[in-house]
Ligand binder design. Structure first.
Ligand SMILES: Nc1ncnc2c1ncn2[C@@H]1O[C@H](COP(=O)(O)OP(=O)(O)OP(=O)(O)O)[C@@H](O)[C@H]1O
Ligand SMILES: [Mg+2]
Length: 501
């Protein structure tokens, strides 16, 4: 027996192995354990803990009654060695089988079960080296509430096009994780990423943020600080499709947008906004009036008013193209929308996503897709645009088709249950952080790449920054601890003192 053994196999069945915990050893939900025999190891996870005793329950109840109510010792028959009579059982779920063979380490789905009386030990870092890889950094391997020195990274070129879903209740560390991922993506330099920043938290105007990436990150803002780029988008970049999912339009209004676009092409928004344009063939004047009001609001543009918003009728013709160019240069592009309406923020995501998709589709048709990097589009509160009730839109198209063109979503949500089933199934990597609502946990468990049944308790009790990653690029659901972005950056500053931050 090694001294990191925690107990013995004491029954159960394949997916629910029972471990009798040794006294003096600690077990917790989510802890990883290993059963090892010859060249084979089975990795288990503790998914439940149960108190057990060799004594019948009514006898225990009576003995406890004597102790608590009579202040006397229990009857001598029950006064047995506590370590023998009372113990804890752990319920274990097999995750994978690891076989060390002449040709190297082989990772297989679990198929066998350890026998009665076999010992099970704590996991060692050396058991799990195979989980270490290259790519986008998500955090360290987590063993229950402890952290192991194994970096969990997923291959960026696969991760991004196959989409990522990050799901958690509010304040559980979604934005922090996205910052950690973008930091890693930018430093690796294999992909571009586009992120809308409604709260200034990604760029970090006054604290640590992606601005510390230096030249690997670009900021566009309506009020750019020194070094930032002014966010001005020419209205001629807009197409009717960009408004889908942004604001509600009736059937007549949607047809109206299409007709106006057909008649005026690039100048359609200018014509629609101009009061002199009272009638358009096939569109009722009342519809034009409503559309004009809506557009002015969304674009922040009055009649002869350039406004202080991000849209312009004469400036910014190259803005979207330059964003696409930065993404092609594998930079992280942050758009500060803290002073803008929610609809405007979605509109900008749609325009950029549409242009990226078109560029990548063209590249594929010309056989040039291999020469351009994948692009990630980060979308906060993804249920706003990806849920069942929302009309088809550009971001839904990315979720559905983007993989073929190396364009992927990193979709963040508190409400995975609202995201259209077909789209959530397309998101091959799911990062689950703490989630209090059972309905939301169920939606994640039911759509994950690995079987998460029995892991509900762990998901429900995840602390800040703790998560579980399921992915078609992993052999098992991997528990992680995401570092605090500030600590990650601080550690890198310490390790690389020559870099100016
Ligand atoms: N991995 C972590 N380790 C330690 N603390 C963390 C971690 N992640 C987040 N925090 C702390 O929790 C706070 C909230 O995190 P964050 O803003 O990332 O949550 P969120 O899920 O994006 O919240 P919201 O739903 O409001 O957008 C952060 O300000 C930070 O202090
Ligand atoms: Mg957040």
């Amino acid at each position: 027996m090694t001294n990191d053994e925690v107990g013995l196999i004491a029954g159960g069945r394949f997916g629910e192995v029972i471990l009798r915990k040794d006294s003096g050893k600690q077990l917790e939900i989510g802890q990883l354990l290993v059963y090892e025999k010859a060249e084979k190891k089975v990795l288990f996870k503790v998914y439940d803990l149960v108190h057990s005793s060799t004594l019948p329950q009514n006898a225990i109840d009576m003995a406890q009654g004597y102790v608590r109510e009579e202040e006397g010792p229990p009857l001598s028959i029950y006064d047995m060695d506590e370590k023998i009579s009372y113990f804890t059982k752990g319920l274990l779920k097999p995750l994978i089988e690891i076989r060390e063979e002449g040709s190297g380490t082989q990772i297989l789905g679990p198929k066998s079960m350890p026998s009665w009386w076999e010992g099970v030990r704590e996991v060692r870092t050396s058991d799990l080296y195979f989980l270490q890889g290259d790519g986008t950094y998500l955090g360290k391997l987590r063993n229950g509430s402890r952290v192991m020195d194994i970096d969990i990274k997923l291959p960026t070129d696969k991760l991004i096009p196959h989409h990522v879903l990050i799901a958690a209740s509010t304040g559980k560390g979604k934005s922090n994780l996205v910052k950690v991922m973008l930091w890693s993506i930018a430093n690796e330099g294999k992909a571009g990423a586009f992120v809308i920043d409604p709260h200034g938290e990604y760029w970090g105007f006054h604290e640590k943020g992606l601005r510390l990436l230096g030249e690997k990150a670009v900021l566009l803002s309506p009020n750019p600080p020194p070094g930032g780029i002014s966010l001005k988008i020419n209205v001629r970049s807009l197409l009717p499709d960009h408004f889908s999912g942004v604001s509600e339009f009736t059937e007549a209004q949607r047809e109206g947008l299409e007709s106006i676009f057909r008649q005026f092409k690039q100048k359609w928004i200018e014509e629609l906004l101009s009061d002199s344009q009272e009638s358009v063939e096939g569109v009722k004047p009342a519809t034009i009036a409503v559309l004009r009001r809506k557009m002015r609001l969304l674009l922040g543009l009055g009649d002869n008013d350039e406004g202080s918003g991000p849209f312009s009728t004469d400036l910014g013709e190259e803005t979207i193209n330059s964003i696409i160019k930065y993404l092609d240069d594998r930079k992280v592009v942050v758009v500060d929308t803290s002073s803008l309406e929610e609809g405007t923020e979605l509109l900008i995501s749609n325009i950029v996503a549409d242009l990226i998709m078109k560029k990548h589709q063209r590249a594929k048709a010309e056989g040039l897709l291999d020469s351009i990097p994948p692009v990630a589009i980060i979308i906060e509160e993804a249920a706003r645009v990806l849920s069942e009730g929302v009309e088809p839109n550009v971001l839904k198209e990315v979720a559905r088709e983007g993989r073929k063109f190396k364009v992927g979503l990193i979709a963040i949500t508190q409400l995975p249950s609202l995201i259209q089933k077909e789209l959530i199934a397309n998101m091959n990597t799911k990062i689950i952080l703490g989630n209090e609502a059972k309905s939301e946990r169920d939606a994640l468990v039911n759509s994950s790449a690995q079987d998460l049944s029995n892991e509900e308790q762990e998901i429900a009790s995840l602390d800040l920054g703790e998560g579980i990653v399921t992915s078609s690029f992993l052999r098992m659901a991997v528990p992680i601890k995401v570092p605090l972005f500030d600590s990650l950056v601080k550690a890198e500053q310490r390790d690389r003192p020559k870099l100016a931050f």
